[in-house]
Design a protein around this ligand. Sequence first.
Ligand code: ADP
Ligand code: AMP
Length: 220
Amino acid sequence: MHLILLGLPGAGKGTQAKLLADKHGLLHVSTGDLFRAAAAEGTDLGKRAQEYMSRGELVPDEVTISMLLDRIAKPDAAAGVMLDGFPRTIPQAEALDAALEARGERIEGVLYIKVPEDLLMARLTGRWSCGNCGAIYHELTNPPREAGTCDVCGGALSQRADDRPDTVAKRLETNREWTEALAAYYEQQGKLHGADGTGEPADVTGRLEAILSKLSGAAA
Ligand code: ADP
Ligand code: AMP
């Protein structure tokens, strides 16, 4: 089963993917994480992506699509992926549909996590994540036991450069229209499932689990 987590930056896609993907035997694939890893390694792709990320803009489709399709062609993605942050444009969605169709596969469902925009700035500017295992925290709503240290693996926590208020504002502006367009694209395919992304992370997980049980029931 291949799934997409759709939602504006800060909606909780990464947080929920970490809680749900393993449990459902899916590989969590975040294009943001792939770009950050490439940037940390200093590859050409990473350097190119970094220019766009630091401005809060989307990395061009041709770079993003080929990176994502390469990743999901690897054996560990065969059982199913939970995509986080991809697709972000209609050409990306179309390229994904075409690539999966060529493998005789499809996206089974799109979980659209909805959070009012006025909550997103506070979520993103308070986000900290672990450079080692990727665990996600929030300095107010989900702080680590010891400031700066990951509860899961003891790694160092850091804040993303693109989570500064001016870049967050730009990222929200960039993603707003595309997110609506993608919701309409998958609605038309009958695959869109909306979930309220407010409240405790565990409450959101419960809402997404309810959708997943319906989807697995339908697939069985
Ligand atoms: P996304 O991957 O959609 O950009 P994240 O999962 O990284 O979003 O979450 C963004 C920030 O919001 C993080 O600091 C995270 O701890 C916090 N967060 C996630 N879900 C919730 C929630 N339900 N309530 C409050 N804060 C949350
Ligand atoms: P994220 O970690 O999902 O918040 O993504 C961080 C940044 O990576 C975004 O602001 C974009 O610059 C870039 N990015 C991630 N995914 C995509 C995508 N599917 N298309 C274009 N750019 C992306």
